[in-house]
Design a binder for this molecule. Structure first.
Ligand code: CTP
Length: 417
């Protein structure tokens, strides 16, 4: 199995252009990261770039010949530069110098990379890097606007100390941001136009100002779904319980503590949503009485705590379901399918992800998961152990299929169809 953080990169042809700036050395890291994701990487570099990083380095890491010269014919068994440009699924230039932006905006083709730039018809992502004075020059701004108006995506430079010793915007964007943009541009955009609420993580039910009851959910599955859905074009609202994860890119996030707060947030936003994906492990009970002061241990042989049931979020919003698609999770100990089916029926779900959380290496806290997808038609799809990032896309694929069926039977069309 490949690295698997960006499933949309596996098997894709990424054409990486490298131009002559100090950030060119980071192309090596990018190539490695793409190869780790299972992508085929072709590199085309300018002569100036080869002064910052050798073609040999990029050739070794990409395991493919590096193209630099217009007039070197393709060797036996390799494809020509024009074919290379036509075959690309995505064209990324990182770093893109001010000179490159100017030529690309003007349509100048005076070397291999600028020629390729006019041939590609796949999505284009540019990651500029240059001195901050150059970056803020109006000519560069105009060139960037021209390229943007032609549909080119930009991963804007970051602030910081530049190689020339000055401070300011101009440093090549971080690897993560570039990878994210490439993944977003590669993805099918098949969730475009959909509003999706994803809940994730545990809830935290306070007993007194310093103590609370919670569960072992870490939020990884829900966060992976939110990130994948945003990458595929959905408007994502992540309602997150307390977790230690970074906010997923591209999703709006609201952090909540208790089950009641989570319910409040879902109720507030459900109206504008098409899908609700309840990946959160909502606490079923909360302490019946909250003590405003810390409960002392003095004089207690036993501490008896009474609990009262929390509202069931899915059941609470069920009356507002209408034509929305509801996805739930059943985290069970033991065979999750029979209980999963019952919960699916009880909570009016269109799709249930049932998993056994008692198994080592899958479920709470781990990076991998194994689950069975259930739907009301009786279909059962067993998903083998796989990274949660990959499973997120599988769940969304199935949800989309069900959504389309639902829309078709209601005689409606999706915006992107
Ligand atoms: N859920 C919810 N509100 C709750 C509890 C659960 O909306 N108060 C949602 C979960 O997010 C999940 C689904 O319901 O998508 C099933 O959750 P689970 O805890 O497995 O089901 P429960 O109905 O709480 O059943 P039990 O805990 O008794 O197994």
């Amino acid at each position: 199995m490949t690295g698997g953080k960006y499933p949309e990169m596996a098997g894709k042809r990424i054409l990486l252009g490298v131009t002559g700036g100090i950030g060119a050395y980071k192309a090596a890291e990018l190539v490695r990261a793409f190869v780790k994701e299972g992508a085929h990487v072709d590199v085309a570099m300018t002569r100036a770039a080869s002064r910052f990083i050798t073609p040999m380095t990029l050739e070794t890491l990409s395991r493919n010949p590096v193209a630099m010269d217009m007039f070197t014919p393709a060797s036996a068994g390799t494809i020509s530069h024009i074919e290379l440009a036509q075959a690309a699924d995505i064209f990324l230039v990182a770093p893109a110098t001010a000179n490159y932006l100017g030529k690309a905006a003007a349509g100048i083709a005076d070397d291999l990379l600028t020629t390729i730039s006019l041939v590609v018809r796949c999505p284009i992502v540019l990651a500029p890097a240059m001195n901050s004075k150059m970056w803020s020059h109006p000519a560069v701004g105009v060139n960037t606007d021209i390229l943007r108006s032609r549909g080119v995506s930009f991963v804007l430079p970051e602030e910081g100390e530049l190689a020339c010793g000055q401070e300011g915007p101009g440093r090549l964007a971080g690897l993560d941001r570039i990878m994210e943009s490439v993944a977003r541009n590669l993805s099918r955009g098949d969730l475009q136009g959909l509003g999706i609420i994803v809940t994730a993580g545990p809830t935290r039910e306070p007993l007194d100002p310093v103590r609370f009851i919670t569960n072992r959910s870490t939020g990884k599955m829900g966060y992976a779904i939110a990130e994948a859905a945003a990458r595929r074009g959905a408007r994502v609202h992540l309602v997150s319980g307390p977790v230690e994860l970074e906010a997923p890119r591209g999703a709006a996030i609201t952090r909540v503590g208790t089950a009641r707060e989570m319910l409040g947030e879902v109720q507030k936003t459900i109206d504008g949503a098409d899908w609700l994906i309840m990946a959160a492990a909502v606490a079923d009970f909360a302490p019946a009485h909250y003590s405003c002061t810390k409960i002392p241990k003095e004089g207690k042989k036993v501490l008896a705590v009474e609990f009262s049931p929390n509202p069931d979020i899915l059941l609470e919003v069920l009356p507002e379901k209408g034509e929305k698609l509801f996805v739930g999770f059943a985290a069970q100990t033991g065979d999750p399918v029979p209980e999963g089916k019952k919960k699916m029926a009880r909570k009016g779900l269109d799709l249930m992800v049932a998993n056994d959380v008692s198994r080592e290496g899958i479920g709470f806290g781990s990076d991998d998961n194994e689950a069975t997808l259930l739907d009301p038609s009786g279909r059962e799809e067993k998903m083998p152990t796989m990274p949660k990032t990959l499973m997120a896309d599988r769940i969304l694929d199935r949800a989309l299929e069900l959504w389309r069926e639902k829309r078709a039977s209601a005689g409606k069309k999706d915006p992107e169809e």
